[in-house]
Design a protein around this ligand. Sequence first.
Ligand code: PLP
Ligand code: COI
Length: 339
Amino acid sequence: MKKDIDWSKLGFGYTPTDFRFQAEWKDGKWSEGKLISDPNIELSEAACVFHYAQCCFEGLKAYETVDGHIVTFRPDQNAERMQHSAARLEMPEFPKELFVKAVEEVVRANADWVPPYGTGATLYIRPVMIGSGPQIGVAPANEFIFRIFVMPVGAYFKGAIKPLKLTIPEFDRAAPRGTGDIKAGLNYAMSLHPTMEAHRMGYAENIYLDPATRTYIEETGGANLLFVDKEGTIVVPKSDSILPSITRRSLVEVARDILGMKVEERKVRLDELKDMQEGALCGTAAVLAPIGMINTPDGDIYLPSGMEKMGPVCTKLRETLTGIQMGTVKGPEGWIYKI
Ligand code: PLP
Ligand code: COI
């Protein structure tokens, strides 16, 4: 029986659900892992994660489809990205097949928490890995915890798909040749202060610039970006210091192969934004959230799509992607995993 929740009123927040999956790395290997019910983790005061931020995580969703199945979207891609993050942080890689199996197990165990089709809510899945072993010299931990927990969520930004106001921060989120391309907790610590500064000034998020030259746009604190230019071409910023978003890569395929649109993946200069027709944030949490205006050092840019609703190209992209996720549109082979 589904939980008694007002699904359509959910925001993006933490709710402890009934089960989580946990595996531990000890003596050079992963334990088999199992479902547990305790939402807490007890750790040494010297756990590496507390001091040296040895932590990486993932974010994906489960959906109830139009015909009542529960599915996840491309969990194999999250498994691969987490392996890449772990390797860069000197953490053990969690095997891909076990990752996908664990996602399925946790979602199945928490099926009553999966928001019903049509409510606008989804089940957010958060895999996380931490250096749990005690470590006082600067070195990787020798013990790790891999956990997956889930919670029902609504829209990431208040007002759902109302166009957002963004600003260009004076801070960088990542360094050249740093960790911007992995999902390390430390990247989010770097963005907390600029994010709060943006909120205090009335902006929903920041558009970070490339940390080497500060002339190209990168991404926001929790999502990649895409734009639509005057010719109707989808323009996707490319950089080595942004997270390779699975949503963005999927949208590029959807645009090219399903909708027959032209897509350019390239470096995008900050001064090109004034010529864009539409823009959006894209990510698992953000889905496709429209940009209305951008505050830049050279003045405010109001995109022609306006401050009231998402532009037509982004609307088409969003409807097609969410249609694939909810089973109303046929997507490419291998994207949807039935639970
Ligand atoms: N960029 C950052 C910094 C993020 O935190 C996220 C969220 O996961 C994304 C981009 C979007 O990635 P994905 O589409 O894989 O969720
Ligand atoms: C996600 O989209 O899954 C993320 O991890 C973004 C985070 C800012 C909530």
